[in-house]
Design a protein around this ligand. Structure first.
Ligand code: ATP
Length: 287
């Protein structure tokens, strides 16, 4: 759901009554301000992230790519509040994140460890909701809706070990969705499933995003996926991670696994991202 921009560089949102609301391009739901991170101290100090700044607007889908070991997971941990940056700050809705804030949900690569094996599909989704929404009936309704949204209707009473890997990752996505997060963070979410399931899950994320207007930040090693899913691809350098490119992806919606990947713009962006990642983020690779 990238917003069209005016010549003046403003984002434009059109409301249902045809009036137009103009918001500045500084429409920041999540903001990374000059963030650096160093693991350890003294001689063992290791700088994983360096002077990183970017923002994510409401409803945007942003992919983050970079060479292996660049610091992508570190960045996601900083965004989620699991790690406190050594320098700079991360803001969600203009509030500095200290610890894991309400309003963020994470989907991890390893679904087998993120689901509770002794709980059914519906209980896995219900459990983290605690008392929000307030009534049990509302919580049950939101769980049922989320299960339908990920295409798992009829599997509510099953246990994770009775489901395929792709279905388990659908449960993890439903759990994040039920929470109605302000931002969904995904760390290599489809790296552990086969190619066909991966494509299906990518399309599921696009469908959910279209239906719920979700803001999503996804870290991936898969360059095709980074471009296919996103409104913007952020490319990180070799460690310590710096931002080397912020590439808008202007491709028609809805995206399609075959037609989108045949599109010349897609091919061009994918090649550009691949060159940057292979070179470790050397801008000269673009020449
Ligand atoms: N807890 C830690 N203590 C010390 N160093 C760490 C820690 N976690 C990560 N690192 C180091 O920080 C660097 C970045 O790691 P990170 O896992 O963020 O990279 P990544 O881009 O996600 O890697 P990959 O592409 O392999 O998934 C690596 O050199 C890693 O060894």
């Amino acid at each position: 759901m990238s917003r069209p921009k005016t010549d003046e560089g403003e984002n434009v949102t059109t409301t249902t009554n045809t009036s137009t609301i103009r918001t500045a391009t500084t429409d920041k739901l999540l903001e990374v301000r000059d963030v650096g991170h160093v693991y350890g101290s003294g001689e063992k100090a290791y700088r994983a992230v360096d002077h990183l700044s970017f923002a994510v607007a409401p409803g945007e889908m942003v992919s983050i790519v970079g060479p292996s070991g660049a610091g992508k997971t570190t960045l996601l941990r900083l965004l989620s509040g699991l790690l406190t940056p050594s320098e700079g700050e991360v803001r969600l809705e203009d509030k500095v994140i200290r610890g894991v804030p309400r309003g963020l949900a994470m989907v991890f690569q390893d679904y087998s460890r993120s689901l509770l094996p002794w709980m059914s599909v519906e209980k896995n989704i219900l459990f983290p909701l605690n008392n929000s929404p307030k009534t049990a009936a509302d919580r049950r309704a939101i769980v049922a809706e989320s299960i339908e949204a990920v295409g798992l209707g009829g599997h509510e009473k099953k246990y994770p070990w009775q489901l395929s890997g792709g279905m388990q990752q659908r449960v993890a996505i439903a759990r994040a969705l039920a929470y109605r997060p302000r931002v969904m963070l995904m760390d290599e979410p489809f790296a552990s499933v086969d190619a066909q399931t991966r494509s299906d899950l990518e399309d599921l994320v696009l469908a959910i995003r279209a239906a719920y207007g979700m803001t999503i930040v996804s870290v991936t090693h898969d360059i095709d996926e980074s471009v296919y899913l996103a409104d913007r691809v952020l490319v990180l350098s070799r460690a310590p991670a710096r931002l080397v490119a912020d590439i808008p992806v202007e491709l028609p919606a809805p995206r399609d696994q075959i037609a989108t990947k045949e599109n010349e713009t897609f091919i061009h962006i994918r090649s550009r991202v691949a060159r940057l990642v292979r070179s470790g983020g050397d801008p000269l690779s673009e020449e």
